[in-house]
Design a protein around this ligand. Structure first.
Ligand code: AMP
Length: 218
């Protein structure tokens, strides 16, 4: 079973993908994480990616799809994946449909985590993650239980993404509204779209998400 978590940056897709992985055993695939990992290799392509990501713009479809296709062909994706941050353009959505059809695993659900733009800058600005295990936190909304210590692995090293700042966030939100939001109509037309309240508590969002997926899979 493959599902898409759809929503703007800061909607909580990464958090929910991790929780869904625990419950359903599906593998979260974040194209943002894949692209950041590629950008960390400081060759010409890496530097180009780093520049695009730090400006908050979308990486061209060809590069993004190439990286995703490679990942999706790995064995650990065979049971199904949760797409986090992909697709983000009409062309990506169409290519994803083709890729999944070729693999004989049509998409089962697209869950739209609905949120208001005005809370997103605040949510994103407080975001940080453990440098060792990648567990994500938020200064105010989801702090570590013990200050300065990762709940999951005990590390005291944390990182903040360079694109998680108010200026870049405005560009990312504009990209979402102009290039990605129109996909809602695409998935509405294919009958796959479920909308849930992304502003509810983490537990409540998970509950609604499970319900949305059950409706599609039972
Ligand atoms: P995210 O981690 O999903 O917030 O993505 C971080 C950044 O990676 C985005 O602002 C884009 O620059 C790039 N990115 C991630 N996914 C995509 C995608 N599907 N298409 C184009 N660019 C992407």
């Amino acid at each position: 079973m493959d599902i898409i978590l759809f929503g703007p940056p800061g909607a909580g897709k990464g958090t929910q993908a991790g929780l869904l992985q625990q419950r359903l055993g599906l593998l979260p695939i974040s194209t943002g994480a894949l692209l950041r990992a590629r950008a960390a290799i400081s060759d010409e392509l890496g530097q180009e990616l780093e520049a695009i990501i730090s400006r908050g713009e979308l990486v061209p479809d060809g590069m993004t799809v190439g990286i995703l296709r490679e990942r999706l062909n790995e064995d650990d994706c065979a049971r199904g994946v949760i797409f986090d941050g992909f697709p983000r353009t009409q062309q990506q959505a169409e290519i994803l449909d083709e890729m999944l059809a070729d693999m004989d695993r049509p998409l089962r659900a697209v869950v739209h985590m609905q949120v208001n733009d005005d809370i997103l800058i605040d949510r994103i600005s407080g975001r940080f993650s453990c440098a060792q295990c990648g567990q994500t936190y938020h200064d105010r909304l989801m702090p570590t239980k013990v200050a300065g210590v990762c709940d999951s692995c005990g590390s005291d090293k944390f990182t903040r993404r360079s694109d998680d700042n108010p200026d870049t966030m405005r560009v990312r939100l504009a990209a979402f509204n102009q290039q990605t939001r129109p996909l809602l109509a695409y998935y509405e037309n294919s009958g796959l779209l479920k909308t849930i309240d992304g502003l509810a508590s983490v537990e409540e969002v998970t509950r609604q998400l499970m319900q949305a997926i059950d409706v599609k899979t039972c």
